[in-house]
Each structure stands twice: as C-alpha cells, then as structure tokens.
Design a protein around this ligand. Structure first.
Ligand code: FES
Ligand code: MG
Length: 581
C-alpha cells in the first residue's frame, strides 16, 4: 500500500549528510574516519542517508524500558532499506521519578533534540518515545528541525492483575490511595498492590497523557497507522519498529518533512480524535506547543469548539471502563478514525506517504464495546471544556467526562491553599474548615510558580470528608493533573497566581461558581475589592537564582500558549526553514 519513491525522486535528493562525508578536504576525511572508527566500512556508508535514532531509553524511566529492543528492530530495517542507522540517547522524562515534574524538562528535551539534529550529519530521524512528556518534546524538536521524522512508541504495558481484576495505571492507584487514607484497605493490602501495580514494561495502560499523546501523534500523521496502541511486550511492536525504519529511509528519499504533515488540517484531525478518546487535559498544552513551533494557528477555543461537535466514543479509563490493550484489540486508532471519518480531513498526508483516506479505507473491524459507534456514542459531545471568567481571564480547562454530574454547575465557598506545601500540611487535619460544598483552591502551582507546572491539580479530598463518603469536590488550580486522574477538577487557570493572575487574590470564604454548560468560572467578589487586594499583592519569592529552573521561570509561556519558551517560537516564516550549520 505504501508509495515507493521513484528512481527519479531518489536521484534528485541531495543528502544533508553529504556535506560532512563527501568533502575532499581534511574535514571530509575526519568525518569519514568517525564512521570508520565506529566500525562502518566506506563501501557500506558511502552515499547512504544517515538515519538518527533518538532513543529515550533509560534506567531512570521504567515506561521506556522496552525501547532498546525497539531501537535494534529499527536499525536492522534501516540497513535493509539502504540507510545508515546511528542511535543516540536523549534525556528521558520519566513521569514517576522526576521532581517536581517531568513537565519542567519537556522544553529542554525539545531543545536537546532540535540541536542534536541541527549539529550532526543526520538526514532523517526515528523518534523513540514512551512516557508522557517525551512525545510532545520530540514532536516540538522535530517540528523546529523539520528534517524527515517518524515516531515510534514503547507501547502500553499489559495490566497486572490483583484480586481478580486488571490494574489500571494511575487511575486505580488514586482510587486505592483514598481507601488507604481512610482505613478501607490495610497496610498489607497496600503492599500487595505495590507488587501487582506495575508488573509489566511499557507506558500506562489507561488513556493518561502517554497514550493520549502517542495516539495523537498517530492522528497527526507522525506515527504509522495502528502502531500507537500495540502493547510494549507484543512482538508486533518490533514489527512496527521495522516498518518505521523502512519508512524513514523512504521519507528521506521523498523529502517529506514534519511541516508538510503537521498542518492545520492535521491538528484539526488531532482535536477530533482527542475529543473522541476522552484524552488527558495535558494534551491541550502539548498540542498548542507543537502547533506554535510550526506557526500553525491553534487556540484554547479550538479545543472547546471541536469538543462541542465531536462525540466521545472510546470506552477506556479514566473516561470509560477498558484499558489500552482492549482499544488495540478493538481495532485501535484506524478503527476509531474510521468511525469519525466524516469529521476528519482525509486528504492529510501521513508518514506513510499517503493520505489518511488510505488508512481509514483499509479498516474492516471495530469492536463496538470498546470503540462505540458514531451514532450511539458514549457521550454525544465533548470530553473537555474551556472555561473563562474573572477567575481565569485567559482560560482554564476541565475534563468533563470524569466530572461528577451534580458538580457541573456548583457554587461554594473557597478554601485556599497558598501552595503545595500548605496543601500537604493541612488537607487531612480534622479541624480543616471544609464541607462537601467547599471549593478547594490551590495556587502558586503553575509554570512560573513552582516552576514546571507539576501534576498537583487533583487536590485530594480531605480525609474527614472521605470518611463521610464524599468522593468528589470542585477543585481549582493553576496546576495540571495526571491524565489518569478524574473528578471535577479545573486546571491550568491562566494567568497563574505567581504572575499576579486573579487566582492569587482569592480568600477563604469567597464564593466561586463553576458552570460547565455555560463555560464560566466566576469569583463572586466585586472588582473594587479585587483591585484593593491586587494593590496589596506581592509576587512569591523565586526559589531559583540560577541554572535551568531560572531560565525556565524567566521564559516559560502560560498554558494557553503551550508553556513553551518564548525564544523557541518562530518569529516569522523565515524561522521555519531548517538552517544547516
Ligand atoms: Fe510513564 Fe505513565 S508514568 S507512561
Ligand atoms: Mg501521567
């Protein structure tokens, strides 16, 4: 089915790497001697495209531990297809171990990748991703470098089983944490859960941020069709890696680049898919960041507009009931896209070299218990809503598919936590002045405030309310939350408190009103009173006087602009052209 490059196409391609390897001067000799000293013979490498394999494998990141084998599969197929594979390691952003958040380093990885591609003699790149922030970071870096690129993921982990059911990554942990805090399970149960919780290699098996982003990479056209959902330990994953290795050599020969694939129409496809899968709220920030690297217009309002007119079809946790391996067996992304094909731009080119139409037309199977039908969806519209109001002038988001029905329209008195330390110190105190109507507010947890926008937004339900059976409350912050979390949780309040956003002015007892249907978030305090509070407000002291966290806090944009660095955005069309050194 794939379009093969014609001989004529091959002949006209001037490989970028030839500047290094074909010179007759001392630099040419030196460059060739590098390849010889790596063990490649001149007969083997001469005239071949150099394919970088950007591997985010690391022992610091369990989610990506399968990528060593994936890289080997890519390599053998690159060689078979006539390329020269050179693997390099990049930073690995492991969500579980990095503090305060892997998000702090997303832009750093994007810069590292872009500069590696710029500095070395690479003609095309295979991006090996896994855990949450790596996928957007690679797409941001690849978009800016704009060399032919294809993404391959580690794949979701097969679920562990505990007491008769499958353990859902993240989602189940939050569930059992609340039971553990209130004595609903014993210390021994908690330890047993640990044994079974993450007993497979690969990424989270729920529709958290990792799977949302790999699925969206496929929707954008940057990953081969049907490959995002293949489990990490399924041997089809290595076959997908082989196919991707073959394709990158052809992509170089065809000179098909990310900017030709990730167009406005491709982002609109991604927005449709995002809504139909009930994806992670983090994807809002990431998609905007990727689009801005290419000067593709994409706004918060686009998310709301597309959510209102796209049905939610995918029955996968936390918005649904199943897991990623069920999605894969149900037909995966091609089957999902086939079901919403009337909403997609099928003319979009993908890394297959063909239009999305070809992928969608080839679908012959869909399991309707996992991928619901277009006409009998899980929800008729929207998995996300963009809220505005005097508390969030530049917007905030809420994942509507996991919000409680009775809280979708709610007014209540604010209980404010000044920062995360304050939250941890007080949330479980028996004398906390809180009831089920309260609106929990966490501030100074944003991109500048921490810095790095950690996943602190799913504020725990206070223990004394948990014991009364309260399972959800309205929670509001300038933070993010894990894609595997759920609840009536308002996130990414922009501008954030640390730069003087209205969230900084909220006091205990102020009435806050959330109305998801109306898309509003309102602080019922007069403008005069807010002005008075604003004149008393002092920005919190920046904790970091030097180094990367300082650079980050000084240059990071707010969530409505993708939280990229201001200096990484192209200022004009001229900035989009890849400039070799
Ligand atoms: Fe790495 Fe979920 S923590 S994929
Ligand atoms: Mg996550």
């Amino acid at each position: 089915m794939e379009t093969r490059p014609t001989h004529a196409q091959k002949a006209v391609i001037q490989l970028r790497s030839q500047e290094w390897f074909e010179g007759r001067d001392e630099l040419g000799l030196q460059s060739r001697s590098v390849l010889r000293s790596l063990g490649w013979s001149r007969e083997f490498f001469t005239g071949k495209p150099v394919i970088g394999i950007a591997n985010s494998w690391s022992e610091l990141n369990n989610c990506n531990s399968g990528l060593k084998a994936v890289a080997e599969a890519v390599k053998r197929s690159v060689i078979a297809a006539g390329g020269l594979p050179l693997e390099f390691n990049t930073m690995s952003l492991g969500e579980e171990l990095m503090k305060p958040s892997a998000m702090l380093y997303r832009n750093l990885l994007a810069m590292e990748l872009e500069e590696t591609l710029r500095a070395y003699p690479i003609d095309g790149v295979v991006l090996l991703t896994g855990c949450d922030k790596i996928t957007p970071a690679q797409l941001m870096g690849a978009a800016s470098a704009n060399l032919p690129a294809i993404q391959v993921c580690a794949g979701p982990r097969i679920a562990g089983r505990w007491r008769g059911h499958e353990i859902a990554s993240g989602t189940e942990l939050w569930h059992y944490l609340d039971k553990y805090r209130t004595g609903g399970i014993t210390e021994q149960d908690w330890q047993e859960l640990e044994e079974h919780y993450a007993c497979g290699i690969g990424t989270c098996n729920t529709m958290g941020t990792a799977s949302t982003m790999t699925v969206l990479s496929e929707a954008l056209g940057m990953m081969l069709p049907g490959t995002a959902t293949i489990a990490a330990t399924d041997t089809r994953r290595l076959a997908a890696a082989e196919a991707s290795g073959r394709r990158i050599v052809e992509l170089v020969q065809q000179d098909l680049r990310p900017a030709q694939i990730m167009t406005r129409a491709a982002f609109e496809n991604a927005l449709r898919v995002y809504t139909s899968i009930g994806g992670s709220t983090n994807a809002v920030i990431h998609l905007i960041a990727i689009a801005k690297r290419l000067r593709v217009p994409l706004t918060l309002d686009d998310f709301d507009t597309f959510a209102r007119t796209t049905p939610m079809l995918l029955n996968v946790q936390p918005s649904g009931a199943k897991l990623l391996h069920d999605f894969d067996a149900a037909g995966g992304m091609p089957a999902l896209m086939h079901e919403i094909r009337d909403l997609l731009h099928l003319e979009c080119l993908t890394v297959t070299g063909q239009a999305l139409q070809e992928t969608v037309d080839a679908v012959s199977y869909r399991d309707a218990a996992v991928i619901f039908s277009r006409h009998e969806p899980l929800a008729p519209s929207g998995s996300i809503a963009v809220l505005r109001g005097n508390l969030a002038p530049r917007g905030a988001v809420i994942r509507t598919t996991t919000a409680s029905a009775q809280l979708k329209q709610h007014s209540g008195p604010a209980l404010v936590f000044e920062n995360y330390t304050d939250l941890l110190a007080r949330i479980d105190r028996p004398d906390l002045p809180v009831d089920a109507n309260s609106v929990l507010v966490l501030r100074n947890a944003g991109a500048v405030g921490v810095p790095g926008l950690p996943e602190w937004g799913s504020i725990p339900i206070p223990e004394k309310l948990l014991r009364q059976g309260v399972q959800d409350m309205v929670r509001i912050s300038d933070s993010r939350m894990s894609g595997t979390s759920s609840g009536t949780v308002v996130l990414h309040v922009t501008p954030e408190a640390a730069i003087g956003g209205p969230l900084a002015l909220v006091q205990d007892g102020d009435i806050i009103e959330l109305d998801i249907e109306q898309r509003t978030l309102t602080l019922h305090v007069s403008e005069e009173e807010l002005q008075r509070r604003r004149s008393d407000w002092m920005p919190p002291r920046q904790m970091h006087g030097r180094g990367y966290p300082r650079l980050y806090a000084e240059h990071v944009l707010q969530p409505d602009e993708g939280c990229d660095f201001d200096f990484l955005l192209p200022q004009s069309e001229a900035d989009l052209a890849f400039q070799p050194p």
